[in-house]
Design a protein around this ligand. Structure first.
Ligand code: MN
Length: 290
């Protein structure tokens, strides 16, 4: 059975005028394949913009997919990159990285999705690195297209580095698309704009329809949507703040080292200044969950 989820609105803990729409994790939907986190913000006018000071990540990859606007990314492996619409920005945190983001003020609006992919045990301690891909494969469905920014869909294979079988694609829908889904994947389709139906069910803007393993998808209407999918990710993980680990004690150690600024990857130069301390841990032992 498919399931439709609406996002909850969250405020970033840093100075920002931007409301964040979080599609998952939430009780009704924890993850889709290795996709464990989906935030979507905008479209919004630049005011104060999006300013996120230096903060850490471990055990995951971040995917930033701008629809409009520009964001400057800097990180502790020396990357300085401008994130632009239609380009994939993929940061493999692996054993640990810190980064900051600042939206560049301009005439355009700011509109983007930010996602995390959990790294499997075999890859979660890889050396951190950042990659940007401006050339991405497009599947053509006549009047509609799918730009495959990560993983694969049908014959289109993204050059981005992945560690488990998955897909991420932007769908420009005009008419009807029979998506060539991998039947061993579970999928989700987030409607970003326009009027889009999936298998005959209208899906409101900002809502996400989840399709379990084996489902097909016929997408109709006129608009923009994000397709996410992957092989069910069976590892138990602990996801807390910006860390993904495997145990409570691992999270505690990262939190303390970050807040003491003792990690060798805790510092780099940027225009934002400062850094974000990790919040208090809840008064319970964090449980690994599938
Ligand atoms: Mn981040």
């Amino acid at each position: 059975m498919s399931l439709t989820v609406s996002p909850r609105v969250v405020k970033l803990t840093t100075r920002t005028e931007v409301d964040i729409k979080r599609s998952f994790p939430q009780p009704a939907l924890r993850r889709i394949g290795a996709w464990v986190f989906l935030d979507h913000f905008g479209p919004t006018k630049q005011v104060d913009g999006m300013v996120v000071a230096r903060h850490p990540h471990t055990g995951l990859q971040t995917v930033t997919w701008p629809f409009a606007g520009e964001v400057e990314h800097r990180d502790s492996v020396g990357s300085v990159a401008t994130l632009r619409a239609g380009q994939l920005n993929l940061m493999t945190a692996g054993s640990g990285i810190s980064h900051s983001e600042i939206s560049l003020v301009g005439p355009s609006s700011l509109h983007a999705a930010q996602l995390w992919l959990a790294l499997p045990e075999s890859a979660r301690n890889v050396e951190p690195f950042f990659e940007n891909h401006a050339e991405l494969p497009v599947l053509d469905f006549g009047s509609s297209q799918a730009k495959v920014f990560i993983g694969s869909l049908g014959s289109a294979v993204s050059p981005a580095t992945i560690y488990s079988p998955l897909v991420g694609a932007e769908l420009q829908v005009s008419g009807e698309i029979e998506l060539p889904l991998d039947r061993s994947f579970e999928h989700g389709i987030l409607v970003v704009s326009g009027e889009v139906s999936v298998n005959g069910t209208p899906v409101a803007v900002d809502d996400l329809i989840y399709l379990p393993v084996g489902e097909t998808a016929t997408v109709t209407g006129s608009g923009v949507a994000l397709l996410l999918g992957g092989e069910p990710f069976r590892e138990h993980i602990v996801m807390w703040w910006n860390f993904i680990g495997r145990s409570h004690s691992e999270i505690v150690a990262w939190r303390e080292a970050w807040n003491a600024q003792e990690l060798q990857w805790s510092d780099f130069e940027d225009k934002v200044g400062g850094w974000i301390p990790a919040p208090q841990l809840p008064n319970v032992t964090l449980q690994a969950r599938s």
